[in-house]
Design a protein around this ligand. Structure first.
Ligand code: ZN
Length: 362
């Protein structure tokens, strides 16, 4: 889930720009300011040099290059819907972050290369059965009593299931939500033991197990932000789910509610996971819309944010979002004082700060 802003008075930066340079951590503010000045100059320069805005997907960060480098990349999408790089904040506050908070928020990346720490604890879990009764009949079935999801993700699921029901689509079945690392370890170990009783040695048994069971700490289900959502008509977790009415509806509409199809068919080389049309991941809005629209899987999206220190984008509803990628300095990140701003760790050491800098008149 997105972490709501909760900033104590002592963290508040007294006021305006003048104070920023006198504050206890002037570097924190100077750095972005200098970066932005440089960026503004470069963007201006690029505009003059380039004959026309190039609508190309930015190259992913070359291996070995540190996050935050490559910030001179700036381009405009047709209609100026997306611009890479960060902007300058007029008013901002500090937020203290630590080793734990980098694994908090709706944008944490979990995969075979980015495992969760041993002491990881999912945030704000909620039992689905507690609220499912308020949904239209048969709109959502939970196959196991006590299944939990992150609170924000579960609110988004509620909204999404209602929207589907409004269009006459029901029978979604939640077969898997939150799974603890300990439970995953149990599943994993059970499978190893089974293979060993069949005559395999420990090492081969482990290899075989890895083929079908996620390694503890490497499953997105540990976060409570992921779920498997087949339907009553297609309960098996097979790629053909993507061709059913429910599967198609999810692929076309889940982003409206902050979800993505986490393992798309054309990105298996990047995600390392085969196409799973039933596996949804909550990332929150507007990120879900941007990933869907630009055709980025989550690995690509996070990498683009890291590489460019963020981006500015306009969503379908006309809102302009400034999405900053920040590496903490002196254990702090900078949060603009804009209503609706949210922040999330990425699980890699950085923070994604999402601010609606412009909202169209209603
Ligand atoms: Zn799954």
């Amino acid at each position: 889930m997105m972490e709501d802003l909760n900033i104590g008075p002592e963290e508040k930066n007294a006021s305006g720009l003048g104070r920023w340079f006198e504050g206890p951590v002037p570097r924190l503010f100077l750095m972005p300011a200098i970066l932005i000045l440089a960026l503004t100059a470069l963007i201006g320069l690029n505009k003059e040099l380039l004959p026309a805005p190039a609508a190309v997907q930015p190259p992913l960060r070359p291996s070995g290059q540190e996050a935050g480098q490559g910030t001179t990349q700036a381009y405009l999408e047709p209609g100026e819907l997306l611009r890479l790089g960060t902007r300058y904040h007029e008013d901002a506050v500090h937020k203290i972050v630590d080793q734990k908070s980098v694994f908090q928020g709706s944008l944490i990346l979990v995969n075979q290369k980015q495992r969760l720490p041993e002491d990881y604890q999912a945030e704000q879990l909620r039992v689905i059965n507690d609220w499912i009764d308020t949904l239209p009949p048969e709109a959502l079935i939970v196959s196991k009593a006590g299944t939990m999801l992150n609170q924000t993700a579960s609110d988004a699921l509620d909204q999404m299931i209602r929207a589907a029901a409004d269009e006459g689509i029901g029978g979604f079945t939640l077969v898997s939500g939150y799974r603890s690392v300990a439970y995953q370890r149990e599943l994993f170990e059970k499978k190893i033991q089974k293979y060993m009783t069949e005559g395999l040695d420990r090492e081969s048994a482990e290899q075989e197990t890895k083929e079908i069971v996620a390694v503890p700490g490497e499953s997105e289900h540990h976060t409570g932000l992921a779920m498997d959502l087949p339907s009553q008509e297609h309960l098996t977790l097979e790629t053909s789910y993507g061709t059913t009415i429910n599967g198609k509806w999810l692929a076309e509409n889940a982003w409206r509610h902050g979800f993505i199809i986490r393992y798309p068919e054309n990105k298996t080389g990047i995600t390392g996971i085969s196409f799973e049309p039933w596996h949804l991941r909550y990332v929150g809005y507007p990120h879900s819309e941007l990933m869907q629209r630009e055709g980025w899987c989550m690995e690509e999206y996070i990498q683009i944010l890291r590489q460019n220190r963020g981006l500015t984008a306009k969503t379908e509803d006309g809102t302009i979002w400034q999405i900053d990628y920040q590496i903490p300095e002196n254990g702090m990140i900078v949060i603009p004082l804009i209503v609706g701003t949210k922040s999330s760790g990425d699980g890699l050491g950085g923070y994604i700060v999402t601010a609606p800098v412009y909202r169209p008149a209603q």
